[in-house]
Design a protein around this ligand. Structure first.
Ligand SMILES: [Fe+2]
Length: 250
């Protein structure tokens, strides 16, 4: 069994609670679809853990923004990118670790294909930046184009909205499928949700378990101490709203 996580967003409390939950399952390995950093107050700690615990970490748009500049980001997200960049370069931290982080950021792949599985941060058509939102399920031409790029199944994050896009133009939220879905003959695009900043109205961390033999996708939700994360955000100089939204899961 594989745990697939995404969009940790420097939220250490959410990441630690999720790892605890993952360890309570029979998981062989953890894969991360990007945005380890950005928005949250603990980019160094989360990067350190993700580099150690995940077999791979894909390049998210926030890692890309930290390295290349925050193009197309809203002012708050841009401020968080600049703050994160400072945290990863500051002289008060060991120089070697700073170098290791930057080397790692530069090595993050935008997408990976393993057999019939595609892993991307955002979309099979644009692995780092395209948003595929629930309403897109009803855009048949778009879904057809998307599924062309999917071998048999694809996993993504980026929107922070968990759910499964099917080849017959449906978006299935975790509630719609009672948190578990077995893949049939048709292709799927599975959004695994977000660890550190869920946006589906549920403030718990979200990730999935993928069982390749049963071809089952199982959504897991994990409560964490977001009050602590909110306090840290307030004290760090990051925009306050980045903390407040955590309580509401939006
Ligand atoms: Fe994200």
């Amino acid at each position: 069994m594989i745990a697939i996580v995404s969009d940790i967003h420097a939220n250490l409390e959410a990441l630690e609670a999720t790892l605890k939950d993952i360890r309570s399952q029979s998981v062989d390995e953890i894969l991360c679809l990007g945005d380890v950093v950005g928005y949250g107050p603990n980019p160094r700690e989360c990067l350190r853990i993700a580099m150690k615990e995940c077999r791979f970490n894909l390049l998210g748009n926030h890692e890309q923004a930290v390295m290349q500049g925050a193009v197309g980001f809203n002012p708050k997200a841009k401020k968080a990118v600049e703050w994160t960049k400072e945290q990863l370069t500051a002289k008060e931290f060991p120089e070697q670790e700073n170098l290791d982080f930057w080397k790692y950021l530069n090595s993050m792949p935008a997408q990976l294909t393993e057999g019939q599985i595609l892993f991307v941060h955002a979309s099979p058509l644009d692995p780092t930046n395209q948003y595929v939102v629930p309403m897109d399920a009803y855009n048949e031409a778009f879904i057809d184009e998307l599924m062309e790029a999917v071998p048999q199944i694809a996993f993504c994050g980026h929107t922070h909205i968990p759910g499964i896009f099917t080849q017959d133009y449906l978006f299935l939220s975790p509630q719609d499928i009672d948190n578990e879905y077995i893949q049939g003959e048709k292709k799927l695009l599975v959004n695994v949700g977000s660890i550190g900043q869920p946006r589906d109205g549920d403030n718990r961390s979200c990730y999935i378990l993928w069982d390749a033999e049963k071809r089952s996708v199982k959504y897991r939700r994990v409560e964490y101490d977001f009050e602590t994360t909110i306090k840290k955000i307030e004290q760090s100089g990051l925009p306050e709203t980045l903390g407040l939204r955590l309580a509401r899961g939006v």
